[in-house]
Design a protein around this ligand. Structure first.
Ligand code: ATP
Length: 464
């Protein structure tokens, strides 16, 4: 059996399997699609849920000093002024004068090996664009004829509450990141739980950005989901706690089944003025190493801004020492969708089998597999087999996601389950009616063993 990870076309294969097997669909497909927006299908929803519950367990369940939050997508518009998003949350956009394609210029420059820092002003970006005029090619038509770049704000506006159409009123926004909901609830959490600094608030939720580049599948979506944890710490401990979280988050990805050689640290060199340190964990996606998670030491910027803009004192008083101070923030921030794509990339394997045939198998870690067990009656037209298989399905599905499949020959059913990464397939055959055993087939080794029906629950408890 030879294992292959054919890097070539890997992205296309993943996109096609995702659609064919109900992991990911392009949004609004019957209407011609809707750029950079995607829907999760039945197996995709299960996988995304498993990713979220694994994160929640690692962050909230296993840490006594981290509590959860579910804040709203809509918030007071002033929050986005305080955070700096209204003024500064933008990417440089230029239009190709030949084909009118709108491109994110820093990315186009990067493709040509010209590094454009994310903090550059419009003027600086345009200078780079002019200096590299002949090099910089339109990703769509290949010509080198761009307009001047303009900063394009990424916040998505809405007309929530604007019943009169009176646009003098300030616009509201769909949140551009989940952590602002955490900062503005800092006092509420402090007053309603028994947490003391250092403590964290964790949240999973949707965020929206008017991303210019609508490529790279679910890596860059306009509606996406973030899993963020903000730890509020004493300024003197901030860097130790920061280092601790860097280590924990690295280990988390190894535990998630991502291989060490596919992970890499990237340090931000030019920090924004308030940041104390910023590192990203990058993953080797089919299009190269790119950011998966950001781990940032943000100083007291966030609480300072919200104190200033809201007029509320957000300082913390230490109950033991009575010291009053504004806590610093250590942040870990990752997208559900980017984790999803990393997990798909890692799991996708093409194997040549001994009989010369090939199989595609998604070797998800068992805890992430959308379906844990598939139950098959050997033949669908034998009521005794179907009845017994259904009984087993009923019992096992109390504790985990199972699938019942009686369609086609067993070999085909195995292939279908391999493609969605189901760790175990159980087959009820005629012997089962006599000996109360079923055949259990392992996804990875493809080995089969007979197990007593009454032992199935403990077998799965042990092996899943
Ligand atoms: P990038 O540089 O790739 O645009 P970012 O630095 O703007 O990302 P952050 O604002 O730090 O990203 O967001 C934290 C995390 O949220 C990212 O590490 C990523 O996992 C996820 N994320 C950000 N933007 C998107 C998006 N458009 N689609 C999917 N996930 C995203």
């Amino acid at each position: 059996m030879s294992k292959e990870k054919n890097e070539e076309n890997l992205m296309q294969k993943i996109v096609s399997l995702s659609k064919r097997r109900g992991f990911i669909f392009p949004s609004s497909e019957i209407y011609g699609g809707f750029g950079a927006v995607y829907d999760y299908g039945s197996y995709g929803t299960e996988l995304a849920n498993n990713i979220k519950s694994t994160w929640w367990k690692a962050m909230v369940q296993k840490n006594q000093n981290i509590v959860g939050l579910d804040s709203s997508i809509f918030m007071h518009p002033r929050i986005w002024e305080a955070s700096g998003h209204v003024g500064g949350f933008s990417d440089p956009l230029a239009e190709c004068k030949e084909c009118h394609f709108r491109a994110r210029v820093d990315h186009v420059l990067e493709e040509e090996g010209v590094f454009a820092d994310e903090k550059m002003t419009e003027k600086e970006i345009n200078k780079l664009l002019i200096e590299n005029k002949d090099k910089v090619k339109c990703p769509k038509c290949g010509k080198s004829n761009f307009s001047e770049a303009k900063n394009f704000n990424l916040l998505v506006q809405s007309n929530l509450g604007n019943f009169t159409g009176n646009w003098d009123k300030k616009p509201t926004y769909l949140r551009g990141e989940t952590c602002q909901g955490i900062y503005v609830n800092f006092k509420n959490v402090l007053d309603s739980t028994r947490v003391k600094v250092p403590f964290g608030i964790a949240q999973i939720g949707k965020a929206f950005r008017n991303e210019i580049t609508a490529r790279q599948f679910i890596f860059r979506k306009r509606e996406f989901e973030q899993m963020e944890m903000q730890m509020f710490v004493h300024p003197d401990n901030a860097m130790d706690i920061y280092e601790d979280w860097r280590n924990k988050r690295w280990q988390y990805y190894l535990d998630l089944g991502l291989k060490k050689e596919n992970l890499k640290w990237h340090q931000h060199e030019n920090l924004v003025f308030y940041a104390k340190a910023a590192w990203d964990i990058e993953y080797k996606f089919p299009f190269g190493f790119k950011e998966l998670e950001g781990i940032h030491a943000r100083g007291d910027y966030d609480l300072t801004q919200h104190s200033k803009f809201s007029g509320k004192d957000l300082s913390y008083q230490d109950p033991k020492t009575n010291e009053k101070y504004l806590p610093h923030v250590v942040e870990t921030s990752v997208g559900v969708d980017r984790t999803f794509l990393a997990v798909l990339t890692e799991a996708y394997i093409e194997e040549k089998l001994e009989d010369g045939s090939e199989r595609v198998v998604m070797k998800f870690p068992k805890k992430l597999a959308p379906i844990k067990v598939a139950v098959f009656p050997l033949l669908k037209n034998k009521p005794e087999l179907v009845k017994k298989a259904k009984e087993i399905f009923e019992n096992l599905s109390d504790k985990r996601m199972c699938e019942f499949d009686d369609n086609g020959n067993i070999g085909k059913r195995y292939r279908r389950q391999d493609e969605i990464g189901t760790p175990y397939c159980l087959t009820v055959d005629f012997d089962s009616l006599e000996d109360e055993k079923v055949t259990v087939r392992d996804r990875d080794t493809m080995k089969q063993e007979r197990i007593e029906i009454r032992d199935l629950e403990s077998f799965l408890e042990k092996n899943l």
